[in-house]
Design a protein around this ligand. Structure first.
Ligand code: PEP
Ligand code: MG
Length: 562
């Protein structure tokens, strides 16, 4: 039994068969044979049969996408299928074969010319180059008999290993098929890890090069609680793993002395709503709307966003639903949005900076969908939250924008209502001006994933500084404390929606710090509810005071008994 360790990310365990995902591995073409040695008829047949198999694959991918995410996302596969019948491409390849070139080289040559042409164009046309590359690679894999890993169609019981996974890669996984994932790089609060958690896929990240020792086809256990990947786990080890076993509590919970704490779920897509309801969440504390924008070709339009928001409101008819406006940038890159190339994307145009800048159009569409959703049957519980706020002026500008969208809807005779408005506190700047923000807003929600990265100047994605990216450092705890106090003084309620909120071992501390709401991946809702019920507010406040007096991370750990 070999065990490699990393950072436990989804606190669940699973056993399965290893499949390595290496998307960057080049497709090596063999040397070109002498044209005389090529049999054009045979090569045409090879091309034909590769084309038939790829067509089948694309159709299967389209059907799966339509079933899981919707027809719009499936449309991209229809475009891919059309390339297979494009007369310019097909005639070009056949003519090249007739000149004495093998099928794989003919595909590579002719697709290469088209890719170069599209790459030279602007905007959406340039994106076609990616689609062409995708179809070319499918054809080449077929011709060269190289196996590709189709992430959305992994066999049941797969444990996926990779150097790293992108948020889009992870969003495409089928949680019923994937028994676990483990990656060489990455931290617990990277968005790929967050998506894995919301899909309840056991995950260990940041294992380092040692993960490479585990071969394809091996049987492994991914223990996302202990942060371990175990090769050939013993029967005893397999038997010891179990699901998180706190019972689901559907009602709102209060501390032992009666202080109600909302325990809500973080979601990114409508498909995550049912699991959140099933785990007893008290509504949604963070709907990351940018996940609706990933893994597709064009942004969702107003109606699609309206449908997603109303689906969340209808799933929680009596609970609050906090929808965050678009937070792209940083590690959430969306190719079709043409985000600026920046040397430090986490310090660049992210979240509200884009909504008030280059992507004001998307922001307006999103606000229209939100204000319309607020007027629906369960819309009174809608709250809108703005990400990456650093200045009071941003909140003022957002409010102006909300009012102008309301005026436009009014003049069009479209029904709308005004939702609660709040901001994320995830920059040190926002924490320092939390008093002024609270005066202007209904609520604040602390995003500890980013707040930790910015307070500690430690990239949330970089395992080399993972010990610094830890919300239990005194500096982060003090930023949280001052934010909670400032919110309450300004008459705003205050929640936490960073990953810290979902750690049951920190529930007592967070209650003691005065948070009104905790929002987390649905998987930990039952355990946190149980901890809330076990907490006594006076004891929690005493613990918080003790922890806030600590000067080092080690002292904090000791005070918390961790
Ligand atoms: C956070 O930063 O803590 C947060 C909840 O937002 P995200 O993880 O999506 O950046
Ligand atoms: Mg954030």
């Amino acid at each position: 039994m070999t065990t490699v360790t990393g950072v436990g990310s989804t606190p669940l365990s699973g056993v399965g068969t290893v499949r390595w995902y290496r998307p960057d591995e080049a497709l090596d073409l063999p040397d070109r044979p002498d044209p005389e040695a090529v049999d054009p008829e045979r090569e045409r047949d090879r091309f034909e049969s590769a084309r038939d198999s790829v067509r089948e694959d694309i159709r299967r991918a389209r059907d799966r996408a339509a079933e899981r995410v919707g027809d719009e996302e499936a449309a991209v596969f229809e475009a891919h299928e059309q390339f297979l019948d494009d007369p310019q491409l097909v005639d070009g390849i056949e003519a090249t074969i007739d000149d004495g070139v093998t099928a794989e080289h003919a595909v590579d040559d002719v697709f290469g010319e088209f890719v170069a042409q599209f790459e030279g164009m602007e905007g959406r046309m340039a994106e076609r180059a990616d689609d062409l590359r995708d179809v070319r690679d499918r054809l080449l894999r077929e011709l060269l008999d190289v196996d590709a890993v189709d992430l959305s169609a992994l066999p049941d019981g797969t444990v996926l290993l990779a150097e790293r996974l992108t948020p889009s890669d992870t969003a495409g996984l089928d949680p019923d098929a994937v028994a676990g994932i483990a990656t060489v790089t990455g931290g617990r609060t990277s968005h790929a890890a967050i998506i894995a958690r919301s899909l309840a896929i056991p995950a260990v990240v940041g294992v380092g090069e040692a993960l490479e020792e585990i071969p394809d086809g091996a049987t492994v256990l991914v223990d996302g609680e202990a942060g371990e990947v175990v090769l050939d786990p013993s029967e005893g080890r397999r038997a010891a793993v179990s699901e998180l076993d706190a019972p689901v509590v559907d009602d709102h919970v209060a501390t032992a002395d009666g202080r109600e704490i909302e325990v809500a779920a973080n979601v990114g897509r409508p498909a995550e709503l049912d699991p959140a309801v099933a785990r007893g969440a008290d509504g949604i504390g963070l709907f990351r709307t940018e996940f609706l924008f990933l893994d597709r070709d064009a942004p969702p339009d107003e109606d699609e966003q309206f449908d997603a928001i109303t689906a969340a409101l209808d799933a929680f008819p009596t609970d609050r639903v906090v929808v965050r406006t678009l937070d792209v940038g940083g590690d959430k890159q969306v190719p079709y949005l043409d985000l600026p190339e920046e040397p430090n994307p986490f310090l660049g145009q992210r979240g509200v900076r884009l909504s008030l800048g280059d992507h004001a159009d998307l922001f307006e569409t999103q606000l229209r969908a939100l204000l319309r959703a607020a007027a629906t049957e369960h819309g009174a519980d809608l709250a809108v939250m703005v990400p990456m706020v650093a200045r009071v002026e941003e909140v003022d500008a957002v409010r102006e924008q909300v009012e102008s969208v309301a005026a436009a809807l009014e003049s069009e005779g479209v029904e709308y209502a005004m939702p609660e408005l709040g901001a994320m506190v995830e920059t040190p700047a926002a924490s320092f001006v939390a008093d002024a923000l609270a005066e202007r807003l209904d609520f604040l929600s602390i995003g500890t994933n980013d707040l930790t990265q910015y307070v500690m100047a430690a990239d949330r994605e970089n395992d080399g500084v993972a010990d610094l990216h830890d919300p239990l450092h005194p500096a982060v705890l003090r930023a949280i404390d001052r934010t909670v106090d400032a919110a309450h003084e300004g008459g705003a309620w205050v929640g936490m929606c960073g990953e810290m909120a979902g750690d049951p071992d920190l529930t007592e501390l967070l209650v003691g710090l005065g948070l009104d709401e905790l929002s987390m991946s649905a998987v930990t809702v039952p355990a946190v509810k149980q901890r809330v019920r076990d907490t006594d507010t006076d004891a929690a406040e005493a613990l918080a005071s003790e922890v806030l007096a600590c000067e080092t991370r080690a002292e904090v750990g000791e005070a918390l008994g961790l």
